[in-house]
Design a protein around this ligand. Structure first.
Ligand code: ACO
Length: 322
């Protein structure tokens, strides 16, 4: 049977890192509050004019270079993002043009923080169906563009960044299982209330902002991820003990710890980058994966459980052999 297999990873972060102490100067917050509630120590913030597409392009270029694959060999580009450069063309099309992969299929997936996991699940199906042989899967965001820097409840939580993988058809595993879910009933717990069709407002940033009921999101996230990882193990026909690494969405260290506990995994088997990157939405899982690979933690042949939860609500996962 055909599997899809990650043959290489890449990532990109804006140069500027902003510490909690830096934020203390602009809102009524403290390093202690941010660290103890979230685990975040710093975040990277895109420079003026630096876009989601720029970060996506860099991450993709690094993944292709590492894979030794030419852009012309790619037959599908899927970008998970909720902060595209422009409304259309899609960020996938913009990246395609810059890479020189013109002609292949390219589209964006908007599933908020689960965007990369959705993109990976879709790419896996394209490969398993025989439609695609080599796919570029990217998660990229500049979520800080949507932040109201006067609102301490949200502005301390997010950062910008991108990660990418090259996925290839293979007779060796590969992705064993992917899961995807959404529940639009939770729309107003985590959302951006304006857009092209609802009407931008005559206020700063046209009313574009992140609105979040933090405590409620926290509770649902923990519970939902609990059942998601169970479902994923079952779909792959595996058990907790078969997982070598948990690579979770990096929103909050306490949510990550709860999922690790559910999986009976010690924290030294969990990839944590939330301290360095904060919540980069669709960028978070592929950034964490690339860090895990390049630091030598994740080795070939190991089983990885990737998962994410975000606005929608959406939640999605993959269990794969790296
Ligand atoms: N600095 C200092 N104080 C703050 C800050 C801040 N930045 N933000 C809020 N506070 C205050 C609040 O006003 C509140 O004060 P009060 O008790 O006087 O009313 C107090 O801190 C406690 O607030 P809580 O909301 O109870 O804090 P909680 O422990 O729930 O932590 C947090 C808040 C970090 C947002 C947490 O709920 C969380 O992480 N939730 C999940 C949110 C999340 O992860 N969202 C993204 C995931 S989904 C996705 O990735 C899109």
């Amino acid at each position: 049977s055909i599997y899809s297999r990650i043959i290489a990873t890449g990532s990109a972060l804006p140069e500027r890192a902003v510490s909690n102490a830096d934020l203390e100067k602009i809102v009524d917050t403290s390093d202690e509050w941010i660290r103890s509630r979230t685990g975040i120590r710093q975040r990277h913030i895109a420079a003026d004019g630096e876009t989601t597409g720029d970060l996506a392009f860099l991450a993709a270029q690094r993944a292709l270079e590492t894979a030794g694959v030419k852009a012309a060999e790619i037959d599908l580009i899927v970008v998970g993002t909720t902060t595209p450069d422009i409304i259309f063309p899609s960020t996938a099309c913009l990246v395609q043009q810059r890479l020189g992969a013109n002609g292949c299929a390219a589209f964006d997936v908007n599933a908020a923080c689960s965007g990369f996991m959705y993109a990976l699940g879709i790419a896996d199906k394209f490969i398993k169906s025989g439609q695609s042989k080599k796919v570029l899967v990217i998660g990229a965001e500049t979520l800080t563009r949507m932040i109201d820097w006067n609102e301490r409840e949200t502005c301390v939580l997010f950062g910008d960044g991108a990660g990418a993988v090259v996925l290839e058809a293979s007779s060796e595993p590969g992705v064993y299982a992917t899961c995807m879910h959404a529940d639009g009933g939770y729309k107003e717990l985590l959302w951006n209330p304006v857009g092209v069709s609802v009407g931008f407002k005559d206020e700063p940033n046209h009313g574009v902002r992140i609105k979040m009921a933090g405590r409620e999101v926290f509770k649902v996230a923990v519970k939902t991820l609990d059942s998601l990882v169970g479902e994923t193990l079952e779909a792959a026909g595996m058990h907790e003990a078969d997982i070598d690494w948990l690579i979770p969405h990096q929103a909050n260290l306490r949510i990550i710890e709860a999922t690790a506990k559910r999986l009976e995994m010690p924290m030294d088997r969990v990839i944590v980058t939330v301290d360095q990157h904060a919540n980069t939405s669709s960028g978070s899982v592929p950034l964490a994966l690339d860090y895990a690979v390049r630091s030598g933690k994740v080795q070939r042949g190991q089983n990885l459980l990737l998962e994410a939860f975000g606005g929608g609500f959406t939640w999605a996962s993959a269990l794969l052999r790296y």
